[in-house]
Design a protein around this ligand. Sequence first.
Ligand SMILES: Nc1ncnc2c1ncn2[C@@H]1O[C@H](COP(=O)(O)OP(=O)(O)OP(=O)(O)O)[C@@H](O)[C@H]1O
Length: 345
Amino acid sequence: MTSKTILKGVSGLFKSGQLTAIMGPSGAGKSSLMNALTGFSTAGVTGTIRAGDSVCELSDTRNALSSLKAYMKKSCYILQDDRLNPLFTVGELMKFAADLKLGETLTEKYKTTVIREVLDTLGLGGTEGTRCGNLSGGQRKRLSIAVELIDNPPVIFLDEPTTGLDSLTSSQCIDMLKNLARNGRTVVCTIHQPSASIYALFDQVYILAEGLCIYNGSSANTVPYLASVGLQCPVYHNPADYILEVANGEYGNFTETLAKASASQDNSLKTIAPAITANNKVEGFPCGKTTIVISPPDEFYKFRVLFKRCLIQQYRDWSARRVRDEAGHHTDDSGEYKGRGATRL
Ligand SMILES: Nc1ncnc2c1ncn2[C@@H]1O[C@H](COP(=O)(O)OP(=O)(O)OP(=O)(O)O)[C@@H](O)[C@H]1O
């Protein structure tokens, strides 16, 4: 069996309080990097992740697995496709998440306060009674972030959070992520071809090409950085588009040159390190004024919560099917509804 090197010794630092974008052409290694950083898929990956005071060695040893588990508790990974059940309301999903993540450490009243504050922070206040199936695309995206924010993780990874959103909603989504970062979190996401205005919202961009990092710096510095190696971004051209075109080899093969230029920018950063600096604490919910130690719930408690959720889901599935079947009795051969209140539009 032949082996293939996907990521070629990449390193970097993602700072707390900052919003970082991982970008690159298709096949550059973005998902592979994200999977390694989140611990989602670490087979064949070696390296070190430092997050605050914890060090996670990526290898197959037992010690490495326990350090990975500890690190994963500090971070959350929000995938592109949300797994929100359309039959549950926003409030119910948030309550399940609160029960599973916060356990019995906190009172019901406190959990309700946390849920309300998270929903308000993400602009979802007032949607508690709305079924997920009736939310807009942007609201669903925000809800999938909200359920992960319940236990206030200091490091948040997101896979293409703007996919499927229009330009205004995308920019609101990135703005909201930036606000989350400003409260002391490290927020890292992958993004495909952002508009110039969205690109400018990122504090840091990490560009990959052929498994190498070709730029790691502020979005504002992209054009001067490329100019330093003789690549002049045309005036009025989106810098994000231009650097992706360069990464795609549209102006010749600059990958090695840019990888060297990027590495020489900061040689002190030898590891990919989502960093949480001690003086930049994550503001918690509610309001971050009190420190509460959360002990994760035991397995039996989690089983009870999941069993309850499963029962409610089965009941709703069954009743939704019954309503559909009954409506089916009022349709003609073409399937058109002929029952009470049917209006031809
Ligand atoms: N398990 C695997 N086995 C073999 N090749 C793999 C595996 N995972 C990824 N690759 C290859 O590694 C390269 C990088 O893949 P990756 O999914 O990380 O790219 P990407 O930048 O996320 O691309 P896209 O934007 O299209 O999702 C690709 O050439 C892909 O075919």
